[in-house]
Design a binder for this molecule. Structure first.
Ligand code: ADP
Length: 251
């Protein structure tokens, strides 16, 4: 399988701290790849670099074989990279559908476009709402479309976040600790959701602490420790790797 994403010798230095050092791996198109590691091992830094929130100090990020490191987040969204964040970023008093619809706004529409479209605005709004509800359906919470985001359970809010990330029609979806704070039932549903995204052809990079989820849903796992990649491979091989066990026990 061809690599949709390739991290090649990426480093990120914060003053004297090497958050990432010489990290390389490939993510095949259509796969689910887990990135795990103890706290402070560089997972968030890596997600920030791939999503354009941050730039590497050295190295290359290839998306569909093109170097994209250092490009702005909105440019990467347009190319097909979307992400969710560790901390939920929803507007609590807006409905689930409105939160998703916000992400469907055309960021390139200037004032002239908006004025030209004015007579059609209501129709555009309605289409946007329908599309938002369809995205909520895709993450199995279409029935909650009209509920204020603040009234939703934690697991459902995480789903709204995923629906919002899907609004840009990504080929690569980065999920940053999606199971954090979820109960057992919600985690099982999340696992089904990620498997469904893969079936739809979306490549997923999953940063997650919940080992059952990571081991159950990932095709391959990359393990970071102190900014370095210490192991990679199929879930079972990684789980039994002495370097991984030591990194976790030593954390
Ligand atoms: P993880 O997500 O695995 O917990 P991070 O990527 O957040 O790890 O952090 C990796 C290392 O980089 C840590 O030592 C952290 O303190 C440091 N770090 C991350 N972001 C910054 C920053 N903006 N400024 C300084 N140090 C940072």
């Amino acid at each position: 399988m061809s690599a949709l994403l390739e991290i090649r010798r990426v480093a990120r230095q914060f003053g004297g701290v090497a958050a990432l050092a010489d990290v390389s791996f490939r993510v095949s198109a259509g796969s689910v790849v887990g990135v795990i590691g103890p706290n402070g091992s560089g997972k968030t830094t890596l997600m920030n670099i791939v999503s354009g929130v941050d730039a590497p100090s050295a190295g290359v990020v290839l998306f569909d074989e093109d170097p994209v490191q250092g490009r702005a987040a909105h440019a990467l969204t347009r190319l097909g990279i979307a992400r969710t964040f560790q901390h939920i970023r929803l507007v609590p008093h807006l409905t689930a559908a409105q939160n998703v619809a916000l992400a469907l706004h055309d960021p390139e529409a200037g004032l002239a476009d908006i004025l030209l479209r004015l007579p059609r605005l209501r129709r555009i709004e309605r289409q946007r709402h329908e599309r938002a509800v369809a995205l909520l359906d895709r993450v199995c919470i279409g029935a909650r479309a009209a509920s204020p985001a603040g009234d939703l359970s934690y697991g459902d809010r995480r789903r709204v976040e995923i629906a919002r990330a899907l609004a840009s029609g990504p080929r690569l979806l980065l999920l940053d600790e999606p199971a954090a704070g979820m109960n057992h039932t919600e985690k099982r549903a999340l696992r089904g959701l990620i498997a469904g995204l893969r079936r739809d052809g979306i490549t997923v990079v999953l940063v997650e602490h919940d080992m059952d989820l990571v081991m159950g849903v990932c095709d391959e796992i990359q393990v970071l420790n102190q900014g370095r990649l210490i192991a990679s491979g199929a879930p079972r091989a990684v789980r039994n790797d002495p370097r991984v066990i030591e990194a976790y026990l030593g954390a």
